[in-house]
Design a protein around this ligand. Sequence first.
Ligand code: EPZ
Length: 439
Amino acid sequence: MKSDSNINLRYAIRGGKPLEGEVEIGGAKNAALAIIAAAIMTDDTVTIENMPDVRDTNVLLDAMAGIGVIIERPDRHTVKINGSMVRNVNIEYELIKKIRASYYLIGALLGKYKEAEVPLPGGCNIGSRPIDQHLKGFRAIGADVKIEHGSIIAKADKLAGAHIYMDVVSVGATINILMASCMAEGKTIIENAAKEPHVVDVANFLNSMGANIKGAGTDVIRIRGVSSLHGATYSVIPDQIEAGTFMFAAAVTGGSILVKNVIPKHLESISAKLIEVGCEIEEFDDCVRVTRRGKLKSTQIKTLPYPGFPTDMQPQAGVTLSLSEGVSTITESIFENRFRYVDEIMKMGANIKVEGNTAIITGTEGLSGANITAPDLRAGAALVLAALAADGVSAIDDIQLIERGYEDFDLKIRGLGGIIEKVSDDRSVKKFRLKYKAG
Ligand code: EPZ
């Protein structure tokens, strides 16, 4: 994402103030990305509501416009997509290399046109991120798949249902196979499927377009192929990770936040850990309040596929545990490169040692503001939480990575009383520092 025009934007943050109040959560980025791609599988217009206005979804929409998809945005959170004018199945590289979810266009184009050519995906640098399970699924239903000159080329005379056993639980591969197989002849069974809320959301969306998918949310998904899909109006589920990030923001700053427009069931593993570290959780129909008044306690966390603790919440948890009493451990079992926030938070006084895929975190009394850099989307958000809890001023570089997945992050934090400004140069950081030097 280094080529983005606002590369120099950073957050200046004055920490030490508990976040208090209410925050409204947007649509789930990772569900929206797959739903946007799946929307081109019909020639009818599809209306998607509760669409997050974040960089990744906007990049994918731009890339789709590049192959002739008609995109309208009647308002900030609604998008109308019409895929009847798709000119070619070859996606432009420059746009798509920025985001991981570009791979969903393979499933969508292959499913509809029996043909796709998409550059190998980019995305956050959080590990090696193979796509063998996606390719295995496409091949199982009859596609000829090869990788040439940095692109995935998939073609089939016809697609036919198959029994597919996933060797690893993969969100992306499960969703991609759902899309590629929903218009294949006969029945496809995905065993060891991912159960994440966004997998269920994509299945519900495809069903609303006329697909016949059963079992999403369990580890066996059954898809009976249909001959065509039709238009629909669909609302994306709330973002589990944006919600979880604000829940941890209450914990780490010692505040109280009512996190609104959520599905509390999707947040259970996050709530459970927050209770263990000493927070109070109140659950309502579509909101959750997190309050922390006493000291933070240590705990053990291991990231796992849903319903386990999400890898996308691991950095936010790590930052919080760096301020907890005693020694905590976090084991990252999904992506090997997700401790890149550790070097940055050590500059703020944290005491964390990473051994293999485990971080051993010895709690400190307090963090101090520093100049730090966002290494990736979730690690960047976690460092914002650290800066909000720290004493003094921090400046966080590369916030375009955070904007990939958080809409109006700074505005929402300000709405909770946090002191944060988006700034573009050293002078502005200096001015911010002078303004907030004392108290
Ligand atoms: C999705 O990535 C999300 N991205 C990630 O969110 C999230 O961290 C991840 O799921 C896990 O929940 C999008 O939805 C766009 P996986 P994905 O396939 O689909 C291995 C964020 O911050 N694997 O479930 O790429 C893989 O290496 C991001 O919003 C294979 O071995 O993740 C990993 O260890 C970052 N072969 C595990 O499976 C494959 O073919 C899970 O990966 C595919 C995956």
